[in-house]
Design a protein around this ligand. Structure first.
Ligand code: CU
Length: 138
């Protein structure tokens, strides 16, 4: 009887060990979580730029543009320099001007969107060179 109890107990330990190893493997095999990237509108030093000006993302990732300095700013995707038509460029753009520091808006790049370089600009400061780029990788 004691022997059986001992066997059952050690089997229990083995099952727990197997469950732990399997659980760890499952977690490791899970696809990478979607990332959220932040782009400052207006640099900390007060320059009329997007910081960083170029950013690479994967499908599912989100970019959040945060008003920083030298407002107002907005984010207009330029269909002439992007792999999408005007309608889609409009959908991922944020025309509304941000005035207050910390105001933000986000775009998620989905897996039904074509890969490539998406160019955008800030309408009030395009002439000053406030342009940015999103590289959507496959
Ligand atoms: Cu601007």
């Amino acid at each position: 009887m004691k022997l059986i109890t001992r066997i059952v107990r050690s089997l229990g330990v083995v099952f727990v060990a197997i469950a732990l190893v399997a659980g760890t493997l499952l977690l490791t095999a899970a696809p990478a979580a979607a990332e959220n990237y932040e782009v400052k509108m207006g640099s900390d030093a007060g320059l009329l730029i997007f910081d960083p000006a170029s950013i690479s993302v994967k499908p599912g990732d989100t970019i959040t543009w945060v008003n920083n300095k030298m407002a107002p700013h907005n984010v207009i995707f330029d269909e002439k320099n992007s792999p999408v038509d005007k309608a889609t460029a409009g959908k991922i753009s944020h025309e509304k001007l941000t005035f207050a520091p910390g105001e933000s808006y986000s775009t998620t790049f989905t897996d039904d969107m074509p890969t490539g370089e998406y160019s955008y600009y800030c309408a009030p400061h395009r002439g000053a060179g406030m342009v940015g780029k999103v590289v959507l990788e496959g």
